[in-house]
Design a protein around this ligand. Structure first.
Ligand SMILES: [Zn+2]
Length: 226
């Protein structure tokens, strides 16, 4: 099985790929639930740049919805901090709430950390959670050996992603498309692109393709089991 642990609104995928749709707000969490099928899993979260648009009641409404559907989801995501596009420190309170929720309902978290890698790691330190860092673009010295890192499909094209894949141990690597929000080969990314990412990762790691594929699937089953 190929795995795409971070996509949005995927509604159809070939049967040799497992996709995890990540919710960004109440609307997309609801959609995520509807899109579940044999190959499409659901994670629910509150994206930092959506969270700051809400008042406390809006945030609680999101949390209640996720709690209600705890048996339908395999992770809390997408959550995190984004100081590249907005420096509102309220993001940190919201992130803390989502991590408390993950602890309470015992789910792994899928974390966004753009422009706030150090801050994200500082917050995560206070929790005992299984963590997937999505599209991590921080200093490679910040890599936490206990966390999983989902390597975006841009590993095929971008040197900094290749460096990330080189640095993270293969036992902590996952793959993701972040479709449809990533531009890959001058078009929108799609879950199928993880096949190319896998090939590139196997080259970087100097591990044959089948072994790389089975290791990443095993990693998926370890952290994102039903
Ligand atoms: Zn995303």
């Amino acid at each position: 099985m190929f795995v795409d642990v971070h996509a949005h609104d995927c509604n159809n995928v070939s049967k040799n790929i497992l996709v995890v749709n990540n919710g960004l707000d109440l609307e997309s969490n609801k959609r995520c639930l509807e899109l579940k099928n044999k190959n499409i899993r659901c994670a629910m979260g509150l994206y930092p740049l959506e969270g700051i648009k809400l008042n406390e009641d809006g945030i609680d409404e999101n949390i209640d919805f996720i709690k209600l559907h705890r048996n339908d989801i395999i992770a809390i995501g997408e959550i995190g901090l984004d100081f590249k596009f907005n420096k509102d420190k309220r993001q940190i309170d919201i992130f803390n709430k989502m991590l408390e929720l993950a602890e309470e309902i015992k789910k792994p978290v899928i974390v966004h950390s753009r422009g706030a890698e150090k801050e994200v790691l500082d917050v995560l330190k206070r929790f005992d959670l299984n963590v997937i860092m999505h599209c991590f673009s921080g200093d490679l010295n910040l890599i936490n050996k206990k966390y999983y890192y989902s390597i975006p499909v841009s590993v095929v094209e971008r040197k900094w992603v290749q460096e990330l894949a080189r640095k993270v141990d293969v036992s902590r690597i996952l793959t993701e498309s972040d479709s449809p929000y990533v531009i890959f080969k001058k078009r929108k990314s799609k879950p199928e692109d993880v096949k190319e990412a896998l090939k590139k990762i196997s080259e970087i790691k100097e591990i044959n393709l089948e072994k790389t594929k089975s290791t990443i699937f095993a990693n998926y089953n370890l952290i994102l089991h039903e």
